[in-house]
Design a protein around this ligand. Structure first.
Ligand code: F6P
Ligand code: MN
Length: 361
């Protein structure tokens, strides 16, 4: 055995030991994100490249969290002079968060392209996109109108693995349905910073431990309760709602005396990440439906980096996610920043809304 082949054999042995050993819990009996992902690797064969990419995304989220928390000192909570492709004013932190995502995702040699709410077009990181390469879609700072108010905001991401090489590196080439996602997640920058991730094996929530800077597994196997007494909708748009949504909300408002026979609570944070986190924690339904005011745009929320990842997470947690007449993840995307209606949350409520949409056909 040459000295070099001996070195490779030893490296291979160490590699095997590392990936096969059951991690020792080091932080008050909470698995670190890395330890959890090692278990996922052994249990489900989760790709090592995906694990490393997720760790880079986690680093981006930790950095964004830090930048938000120091934004009042850095003077970055407010708007820039620019607008994004959707015509929305960009906040300084929108741009900072976008840079962080781009920087950290570029570490992974399997990432072929990035799609961001803040970028007009796809950013290609490779000359060729092969089968097995990843496309990462992200909304780097969702709910950023809440920044000056010190109300929760978040980052959302979705990862698709290419089944075939792409013939051309165009925007159209990354219009891939949500059913092809291999991973989705979000980070919520609230009183604490959470990271919630699915790789198609359920949903797990991690909390950032100040001090060590680790994300620790604090909410394993998150499940959306099947029924609920809470809904979320921007009620100022009621004039524009279509019949199914009018009916659903009116029945909720009638409380115990109405057809639902129970009282409902209403919440609207205006940060989708916070609404989804609440639904994952205590159930409920979130609606940003297509209405007569936003119908020309297709709805309000963007399919590829808002609706699809949240739909994947909610479905993996036992809930449902529709556009108001069909599953979100089944939508065949037609453009990069396409918008859709979004109804997601507890299965019973989404089913009821879907039955109202079916009746209204
Ligand atoms: O990115 C879209 C978003 O900020 C979501 O996070 C949130 O649910 C929604 O817009 C808030 O909309 P509105 O301004 O109508 O309350
Ligand atoms: Mn957003």
């Amino acid at each position: 055995m040459t000295r070099l082949s001996g070195w490779f054999a030893a490296a291979d042995r160490i590699d095997k030991i590392y990936w096969q050993r059951d991690p020792v819990m080091t932080n008050d009996n909470h698995l670190t994100f890395r330890q959890f992902m090692l278990r996922e690797y052994r249990a489900h064969g989760t790709s090592k490249d995906l694990i490393f990419l997720l760790e880079d995304i986690a680093t981006a989220c930790r950095t964004i969290s830090h930048k938000i928390r120091s934004g009042a000192f850095a003077g970055t909570l407010g708007a820039t002079d620019d607008t994004n492709v959707q015509g929305e004013t960009q906040k300084e932190l929108d741009v900072i968060a976008n840079d962080q995502f781009m920087l950290h995702c570029a570490n992974c040699s399997r990432v072929a392209a990035l799609v961001s709410e803040e970028l007009d077009n796809v950013v290609w990181l490779k000359d060729k996109a092969e089968a097995g390469d990843y496309i990462v879609y992200f909304d780097p700072l969702d709910g950023s109108s809440n920044l000056e108010l010190n109300i929760s905001v978040g980052s959302i991401f979705s990862i698709v693995e290419l089944k075939e090489p792409l013939a051309e590196l165009t925007d159209e080439a990354v219009l891939i349905a949500g059913t092809e996602q291999i991973c989705a997640g979000y980070s919520l920058f609230g009183p604490s910073t959470s990271l919630v991730v699915t790789t198609g094996q359920g949903v797990n929530g991690f909390t950032h431990l100040n001090g060590t800077g680790e994300f620790l597994l604090t909410f394993p196997d998150m499940m959306v309760p099947a029924s609920t007494q809470e809904y979320a909708i921007n009620a100022s748009r009621q004039n524009y709602w279509d019949a199914p949504v009018q009916r659903y909300v009116s029945e909720c408002l009638q409380g115990s005396e109405g057809p639902r026979g129970k009282k409902f609570n209403m919440r609207w944070v205006a940060s989708m990440v916070a609404e989804v986190h609440r639904i994952l924690t205590r159930g409920g339904v979130f609606m940003y439906p297509k209405d007569s005011d936003n119908a020309a745009m297709g709805g309000r929320l963007r399919l590829l980096y808002e609706a699809n990842p949240m739909a994947f997470i909610i479905e993996q947690a036992g809930g449902k996610a529709t556009i108001g007449g069909g599953r979100i993840m089944d939508v065949d995307p037609s453009s990069l920043h396409q918008r859709v209606g979004v109804i997601l949350g507890s299965a019973e409520e989404v089913d009821l809304l879907e039955s109202y949409y079916a009746e209204a056909q």
